[in-house]
Design a protein around this ligand. Structure first.
Ligand code: FMN
Length: 370
C-alpha cells in the first residue's frame, strides 16, 4: 500500500517523513542521509554563520541531489537580538549566582560578568538560503514576513513554518507559507512560538492540535510531536496531516551531531521529560538532569531568548568535556520511551515507511469483509 501523500508531490520526496532541522543535532550528514533515503532532511541554521551554513548546504549537495531544507529561528527577540544592557543588573546577577553553583560543582571559574548577547545572523543566513536556492526554507519559532516568502517563491523555494497554536497557524498561512507544521506539546526542543507564551498555551497535545490546525488552514499540514515510528505516522495521517516531522527519533541516530552522553541518556530514558526554560530562556522539552531540576528549584529568573544559553556556555562546555550529562542540554520529546536503538538515519526513514505501510494494510483488513 502506497504511503504517497500530497506532501511527497509538493516537495518531490518519496516518503512523507521530515527530519527536524535541530540546532546542535542536525548537521549535513544527518540531513543528507534522510533525503537520500527518500524523506526530507533539514540542516540546522540556528546560530550558524553564513560561511558555515553555505558549507553545510554544499555538503548535503555533495551527497545527494534530492530535496532538503535549511532551518532558521525567526523569534522576535532575535530580530535583532536583545541587548544585554537592557537586562536589569539584578536579573543578570541572579542568573550568574545560580550558574556559579554549577560552575563550582564542575570545578570551573565563577563569574559575575553580564552574559554576552547573541550575534545577529538571521539576515546573512537568509541571503545564503536564497543564493543557494535551497529547496525548502524551514522556520521554527517565527512568522516570516510576506516579502521573505515572496523572495523564496521567486526562486522556487518552498516555505515551511512550524507553529504550536491554531492562531499562529492562521498567521503564518496569511503570510504565504506553503506548509504548516503543527507542533504538539509532546515535541522535544523549544515551543515554536515567536513570542514567549505560558508553557501550557504552547503545549497542546499533538492529537488535539493537528486536527484543529487542519481545520483552520487551507495549506497542507505536517504533524510534529511524539511521532517516532510507523504507527505515529499513520496516526498523523488519520488526523488530516500530509506527513510527520520527527526530531527526537533522529537525535538517536549515528549521523546526528548530538553528543554520546546525550544519545546514551535518551536511549536509557523511559519517556520522562520536563519543560524547562533554564537552558535558553524559552520553554523547551528535555530530559531531566541536575541543571533543569536545580535551576527550577532555585527560583532564579532566566535571561531573554538564547542569552540564557550564552550565559551558560562555559558550563555546557565543561560538562561536555567531562562527559557529564547532568549539566548539558538534553533536549528530547516524550517519544524517548519509543526510542531504543542507534541506527543510521536512512534506516530510520526506511523502517518508519515500512511500518506505516504495514499499519495501513492492517487497518484496511480490519475494515474489510469479515
Ligand atoms: C534536539 C532538538 C533540537 C531542536 N531544534 C530545533 C530547531 O533548531 N529548530 C526548529 O525549528 N525546531 C527544533 N526542534 C523541534 C522540532 O522541530 C520538532 O518540533 C520536534 O522535534 C518534534 O517532536 P519530537 O521531538 O517528538 O519528534 C528541535 C527538537 C529537538 C528534539
Amino acid at each position: 500500500m502506497s504511503l504517497r501523500t500530497p506532501l511527497c508531490d509538493l516537495l518531490g520526496i518519496e516518503y512523507p517523513i521530515v527530519q527536524s532541522g535541530m540546532g546542535s543535532a542536525a548537521g549535513p550528514e544527518l540531513a543528507a542521509e534522510v533525503s537520500r533515503a527518500g524523506g526530507l532532511g533539514i540542516v540546522a541554521g540556528l546560530g550558524v554563520t553564513a560561511d558555515e551554513l553555505r558549507k553545510r548546504i554544499r555538503h548535503v549537495r555533495s551527497v545527494t541531489d534530492r530535496p532538503f531544507g535549511v532551518n532558521q529561528w525567526l523569534h522576535t527577540e532575535l530580530r535583532p537580538p536583545v541587548d544585554p544592557a537592557r537586562v536589569p543588573a539584578a536579573t543578570m546577577r541572579a542568573v550568574q549566582t545560580q550558574l556559579n553553583v554549577f560552575r563550582e560543582r564542575l570545578g570551573i571559574p565563577t563569574t559575575d560578568q553580564p552574559a554576552p548577547g547573541m550575534p545577529d545572523l538571521i539576515d546573512e543566513e537568509f541571503a545564503v538560503i536564497l543564493e543557494e536556492r535551497v529547496p525548502v526554507w524551514s522556520i521554527g519559532l517565527g512568522n516570516p514576513e510576506p516579502a521573505m516568502v515572496r523572495r523564496c517563491h521567486e526562486r522556487g523555494i518552498k516555505v515551511v513554518a512550524m507553529v504550536a497554536t491554531v492562531e499562529d497557524a492562521r498567521a503564518v498561512e496569511a503570510n504565504g507559507v506553503d506548509i504548516v507544521v503543527a507542533q504538539g506539546g509532546e515535541a522535544g526542543g523549544h515551543r515554536s512560538t515567536w513570542v514567549k507564551k505560558p508553557r501550557e498555551e504552547a503545549s497542546v497535545a499533538t492529537l488535539t492540535l493537528v486536527p484543529q490546525v487542519v481545520d483552520a488552514v487551507r495549506v497542507p499540514v505536517v504533524a510534529a510531536g511524539g511521532i517516532a515510528d510507523g504507527r505515529g505516522l499513520v496516526a498523523a495521517l488519520a488526523l488530516g496531516a500530509v506527513g510527520a516531522l520527527l526530531g527526537t527519533r533522529f537525535v538517536a541516530t549515528r549521523e546526528s551531531m548530538a553528543s554520546e552522553v546525550w544519545k546514551k541518556r535518551l536511549l536509557e530514558s523511559d519517556g520522562g521529560t520536563t519543560l524547562t526554560e533554564a537552558y535558553t530562556g524559552l520553554w523547551a522539552r528535555s530530559l531531566r538532569n541536575r541543571f533543569t531540576e536545580d535551576y527550577a528549584a532555585s527560583g532564579a529568573p532566566v535571561l531573554p531568548t538564547l542569552m540564557q544559553q550564552r550565559a551558560a556556555l562555559d558550563v555546557f562546555a565543561a560538562a561536555a568535556q567531562q562527559r557529564d550529562a547532568e549539566y548539558t542540554a538534553l533536549y528530547a520529546g516524550q517519544s524517548t520511551g519509543l526510542v531504543h536503538d542507534l541506527p543510521g538515519a536512512a534506516e530510520v526513514v526506511e523502517r518508519i515507511a515500512r511500518e506505516a505501510e504495514a499499519v495501513l494494510v492492517r487497518l484496511r483488513a480490519m475494515g474489510g469483509p469479515r
